[in-house]
Ligand binder design. Structure first.
Ligand code: PGA
Length: 271
């Protein structure tokens, strides 16, 4: 795992934007002459953490540096029980915070459909759509304070695919800030599985704030266990964690990660 420790949330957003623009190739996609090859498939996350990254992408798009014209996207999850037009749904979140401000073609961004009569069928169909798209090239991830990724809560099968999950009380409490009451927070979601996420070719996980410190320590330095779903990322060969000082505060090897990054920059400069 590559662990990049940055000063604060703003620095994480900036570094994440630079890294993802480079890795996805968003600047090259900007050239009108770019042949329309298979779109690059981006996995997207919701929540408070990726907002700074999305703002940076929007800014780069609006100033003509990047384009999403040859991308498609799959979001990690959606609540069950909120129609897409509900402002608290992840459909609404993505429209407001990203899709309405960039040039990703209509019909190429997918979010699990939960306002359907058959949730299991919808989850299976989502998994199939990801497969048809050729899999996810670059996945943006947040992390729950309990170590969940997507809505894969503690105890989730580490091989799971897209399916319906019941949310833990902790997750509902964490997300209650977006709702009037705790009771109003949905109790279920459709989420990509851990196996689905692990199939992404590259993963960028972002975490900021002291509330994530324990989850980050368990993810990077703890044993791989379904009780900390993000710990499975230790088995992925292309994961970058970009975290701020607060989220890094419990890491025992903090100095080593800083030194590794300094060396990486040195090598990049000499290339
Ligand atoms: P947050 O959520 O970015 O709002 O902290 C992350 C998550 O629960 O995965």
């Amino acid at each position: 795992m590559r662990v990049v420790i940055l000063k604060n949330a703003a620095a994480v957003a900036q570094a994440a934007a630079e890294e993802s623009i480079h890795r996805i190739g968003l600047a090259d996609l900007n050239t009108p002459a770019t042949p329309l090859e298979k779109p690059v498939v981006i996995g997207l996350a919701t929540g408070g953490t990726p907002l700074g990254l999305y703002r940076a992408w929007i800014q780069a798009y609006q100033s003509g540096q990047i384009s999403f014209a040859n991308t498609m996207s799959f979001n990690l999850d959606e609540y069950v029980g909120l129609p897409p037009e509900d402002p608290r749904s992840y459909h609404a979140y993505m429209n407001e915070n990203l899709f309405w401000h960039i040039d990703i073609p209509t019909g190429r961004s997918f979010i699990p459909r939960t306002n359907v009569s058959n949730l299991e069928e919808s989850a299976a169909d989502y998994e199939w759509k990801i497969e048809q798209a050729g899999g996810i090239d670059y996945q943006i991830l947040g992390i729950g304070s309990d170590g969940h990724i997507g809505f894969n809560e503690m105890g989730s099968s580490l091989a799971s695919r897209t399916r319906v999950k019941t949310l833990t009380k902790k997750t509902r409490l964490d997300n209650a800030r977006y709702f009037d009451t705790l009771e109003a927070v949905p109790t279920m979601a459709i989420t990509m599985g851990i196996g689905t996420i692990m199939n992404a070719r590259s993963i960028l996980l972002l975490a900021t704030g002291a509330g994530k410190a324990k989850a980050i320590r368990d993810t990077v330095e703890g044993p791989v266990t379904a009780m900390v779903p993000a710990s499975i990322l230790q088995f992925h060969d292309d994961v970058t964690l970009m975290i701020d000082e607060e989220a890094a505060q419990d890491l025992s090897q903090r100095e080593y990660y800083l030194e590794s990054e300094a060396n990486r920059r040195r090598i990049e400069q000499t290339n």
